[in-house]
Structures are given as structure tokens and as C-alpha cells.
Design a protein. Structure first.
Length: 367
């Protein structure tokens, strides 16, 4: 009989482990406390930000990119190969892009003069850009449930509205009874401390709260690639580790410190319906207050409008995102020999999960 793998959590990290379990011929059961995925996996930009990663995350992202393309075909959801444009609005930011392009080469990074930037909306102060052609974009609200539906068609058993109350060696306790799997993967994102608080404390895990918006595209314009800004150069390690990134940070700290105070990563993507997803800010705590600051929202929207060179933006929806954050980019722990706790603790779950999962199962249930 095939080994049984129980996965706690039906977000993208949990689904990635389910996909890998199916590839290995395992019996897979996925448990989730909600009736569908409603967390970080559907609240994000849908940006598969491959190129801007570094180190292990870059390795995972490159593998995950291929899996996304394969799953789009198998599960029937859209994937855009429009890449990413990183906009530079100062000489310091241009220097970051030049350094990054020299490191990665023209297949991954192509420098653009202002007149080469193919965006219908653009601030007057944009000096140039870099195009990252390997990046992908999906609509997470479509892709995540489509992957779950495809997995169900492959024989994966989903037990929705089933909360896990405890995990012991060879035993998973839930609100609907117990299971005795051969292996268990706990992929509950920022809620690791709900099941294993000491492990979460040891990893220094906190919750990162984001402010994000869906706005109307001014004039109904099409913006095919994902768009990153100079603030993104401080966020993604492939860009942030360049020598020139320190000058970008110093320049922003001097002229616009309020942007660093809210840890803004100014970026946007376009949804299939034409609306733009813009954001975001980052606030870190074990437990967040429920109250939201309107000034922070106004700052994000004002900066997004400035980046696009328009006077203002019309908000269609706004929401709070939450993901796990820790000093390391990935949490992979073994509280028991047959249990793995897995969380992407850097906000790049969509980008890396399908590359991370095979490495986790290699150590848990060898292929």
C-alpha cells in the first residue's frame, strides 16, 4: 500500500507538497480549517518573482517557475509570461539595475532606456528600467483553487472545515477525528504558533501584515508586466544585495523616510479584469491590533499614482494580507522524525513553494 501523507493547510505551500506527493505516488490527504483557501495564497499580487531572488530562494524559484507553467496547462488556469519591469527614478537606482544586469546577463535582465519602456502610464521622473523576462504572473484567486481542484481529480482527499488540534509522532488530531499517516507536513503559514508555539518562538516567527489595494486602471490601460520600483530594490535579495542598493536606501531615508517607516514595497500587477493590484506595506508583530491607519493607505495610493504619472487612483477593493516572517527566508523544522513544519517566512510563497516542496519530501519520504 502507498504511504499516506497528511498535509495541514491548503494554501500554496500545502498544495505544493500535495503536488509533489502525487508525483511520488503517495496517498495524500489535505486538511484545512476553512472551506477554501482564503489566506495569503489568494491575497497576493500573483507575481512569480523568479529573477529578483538570490541563493536558495533563486534555486527554488527557478524550479517553481517550471512547475507553474506545467500546472497551468494541467489545471487549466491562466499564466502570463509578460515578465517584470523594474523602474529606476534616480541615478542610484539605475546603478542597482546595471550591477544586477552585469551579474545575471541579458537572458535574465535587460536594461532599458526610458523610451524603450513599454508601459502606457509612466511617471515623468523615470530614467530607465530593467526587464526581467522570466517572471510569470497568475491570478491567485483563480490559480490556487484550480490547483486544488486538479489535485482532487488526481485522487487527493481534501477535508475542508477540519481544524488540526495537535500533531504527535504518527498521529494527527483534528476536530473531525484522528489520522495515523506515515508522514505529516504542517503548512499553516503564520499560524505555526497555534500548534507548536515553542518551535515558532525558536524560529523568531512573527506575523507580517500588509496593506493592499485593487484599483481601476486609469483610462482602462493594459499594463502587461509586473511593475517594481526603487523600493522593491530594497526588498528582493537579488537587487538588495548589490553594492548600489545602499545608496538607494540612503537616498530614500534622506528624502522620503516615511516610505521606509512603513517598509513599503511599491509595486503593481494587473488582474484579468483589468484592475490593478497595488501595494504594499509591512508591519511586524506576534499579534496585530485590529485597527488600520488611513494615513498609511493614503500614502500607498499616492505613491502608486505618482509612479504611474496620474493624479489619483480609484479603489475598488482593499484588504489586509498576513504572512509569516522570520530572520530566515524558509522555516523547515522536524519536531518529530515523520513530521515537517514548513513555512515560507519571507513573503515569496507563490514564487518558491513548488521548488521548496521536493526538497522537504526528499528528507521525509524519499522518492
Amino acid at each position: 500500500m502507498n504511504s499516506t501523507l497528511v498535509i495541514v493547510g491548503a494554501g500554496v505551500v500545502g498544495l505544493a507538497h500535495a503536488v509533489e506527493g502525487v508525483r511520488r505516488g503517495l496517498r495524500v490527504i489535505v486538511l484545512d480549517r476553512d472551506e477554501r483557501a482564503v489566506g495569503a495564497s489568494i491575497r497576493n499580487f500573483g507575481h512569480i518573482c523568479t529573477t529578483a531572488q538570490a541563493g536558495q530562494a533563486l534555486d527554488f524559484a527557478r524550479t517553481a517557475r517550471l512547475t507553474w507553467l506545467d500546472l497551468a496547462r494541467r489545471a487549466g488556469f491562466g499564466v502570463a509570461r509578460a515578465g517584470t519591469v523594474v523602474l529606476a527614478r534616480s541615478e542610484h537606482e539605475l546603478a542597482v539595475l546595471a550591477e544586477f544586469a552585469a551579474e545575471r546577463g541579458p537572458e535574465e535582465v535587460r536594461l532599458l532606456d526610458r523610451h524603450e519602456i513599454e508601459l502606457p502610464l509612466l511617471a515623468d521622473d523615470v530614467l530607465g528600467a530593467a526587464r526581467l523576462p522570466l517572471d510569470l504572473r497568475v491570478d491567485p484567486r483563480e490559480a490556487v483553487p484550480a490547483v486544488a481542484a486538479w489535485l482532487a481529480g488526481q485522487g487527493v482527499e481534501f477535508r475542508w472545515r477540519t481544524a488540526v488540534t495537535g500533531v504527535e509522532p504518527g498521529l494527527v488530531r483534528t476536530t473531525r477525528g484522528t489520522l495515523d499517516p506515515d508522514a505529516t507536513v504542517i503548512a499553516v503559514g503564520h499560524d505555526v504558533d497555534r500548534l507548536l508555539p515553542d518551535l515558532a518562538d525558536a524560529a523568531q516567527l512573527r506575523r507580517c501584515r500588509l496593506r493592499m489595494f485593487e484599483v481601476g486602471s486609469p483610462g482602462g490601460r493594459t499594463i502587461a508586466p509586473a511593475v517594481l520600483s526603487g523600493l522593491s530594490m530594497l526588498r528582493y535579495p537579488g537587487l538588495a544585495r548589490t553594492a548600489a542598493a545602499a545608496d538607494v536606501r540612503a537616498h530614500i531615508a534622506r528624502d522620503r523616510p516615511e516610505l521606509l517607516d512603513v517598509v513599503m514595497n511599491l509595486m503593481l500587477t494587473q488582474r484579468p479584469d483589468g484592475n490593478l493590484v497595488v501595494g504594499d506595506t509591512h508591519h511586524y508583530a506576534l499579534t496585530h491590533d485590529p485597527f488600520l491607519d488611513e494615513d498609511t493607505d493614503a500614502l500607498v495610493l499616492r505613491e502608486a499614482a505618482r509612479l504611474l504619472g496620474v493624479p489619483d487612483l480609484t479603489v475598488r477593493r482593499r484588504w489586509t494580507g498576513v504572512y509569516a516572517s522570520a530572520p530566515d527566508e524558509f522555516l523547515t523544522a522536524a519536531p518529530h522524525p515523520t513530521t515537517r513544519v514548513v513555512s515560507v517566512t519571507s513573503g515569496i510563497g507563490m514564487t518558491t513553494a513548488f521548488g521548496l516542496a521536493p526538497t522537504v519530501l526528499d528528507g521525509l519520504i524519499p522518492a
